[in-house]
Design a protein around this ligand. Structure first.
Ligand SMILES: [Fe+2]
Ligand SMILES: [Fe+2]
Length: 238
């Protein structure tokens, strides 16, 4: 059994010094940091303690990812009966995408429990909105249901890419400073890459299944994408 560690403990072993989100590493100036870097050599295997900002980044990343994956499972749960009743040949595709989302949700449920990250306080709201979005788009038709997946996965793919880039920059900087990165962070990055690839696979499936024939495609995807960005922004904070 894996010991339950607060995020503080996880991240103090996981994370390096800075990121593209410009997570601060200390109160030193850049010049002072550069000077320190060129003269100090941490002992082999040494891991750098995290700043509060870095710990907060990790907590908020796990929280928003879990909320997003919950929403994804609820969208497919609501869409599938309606879509499959009218288009039985889509049953395997809908099941495949749902199963992958359920796997993503399991992954983030385990991570937030392990690291004692608080789930988003708006969980009930996202449940209602995601179910409504799935049901509503399915009623509009197969193309609209696929356009929903296209819009959601476009935003979610970007979202995961941003997290991956941030973490890779942290790793690069940590390694440049001579610190040990540790398996937790490397595992997290490879998990995010795998999930990102599966989301983009859903995006491709949706486009192959006529997402762009939804009417009006621009309005539907525009509204859903804006909604996703808003939900991500809020869930990172609340
Ligand atoms: Fe997912
Ligand atoms: Fe997805």
């Amino acid at each position: 059994m894996v010991p339950r560690l607060p995020v503080r403990d996880l991240t103090s072993r996981m994370l390096p010094t800075s990121s593209r989100r410009q997570l601060s590493t200390s109160s030193k100036t850049n010049a002072a940091t550069t000077e320190t870097r060129s003269t100090q050599h941490p002992p082999p295997g040494k891991r750098k303690p995290l700043t509060k900002e870095q710990r907060d980044f990790l907590s908020s990343a796990l929280r928003v990812n879990q909320a997003g994956e919950l929403a994804a499972t609820l969208i497919y749960t609501a869409q599938t009966p309606v879509v499959v009743a009218r288009h039985p040949h889509l049953r395997p595709l809908m099941k495949h995408m749902y199963d992958q989302e359920a796997g993503h949700l399991d992954t983030f449920n385990a991570l937030i429990a392990k690291h004692r990250v608080r789930p988003t306080a708006l969980y009930p709201l996202w449940q209602v909105l995601a179910t409504g979005l799935g049901w509503g788009t399915a009623l509009m038709g197969r193309e609209a249901a696929m356009a929903c997946t296209e819009a959601v996965e476009t935003e979610i793919g970007d979202h995961y890419n941003e997290q991956i880039r941030t973490l890779l920059e942290m790793v690069a900087e940590w390694e440049a400073d001579g610190y040990e990165v540790g398996p937790e962070l490397r595992d997290l990055i490879s998990t995010l890459r795998r999930i990102r690839d599966e989301e983009l696979e859903h995006l491709d499936h949706a486009v192959e299944h006529d997402a762009q024939k939804a009417e009006p495609h621009w309005l539907l995807t525009g509204v859903i994408r804006a909604g996703c960005r808003g939900a991500i922004w809020v869930s990172e904070k609340v």
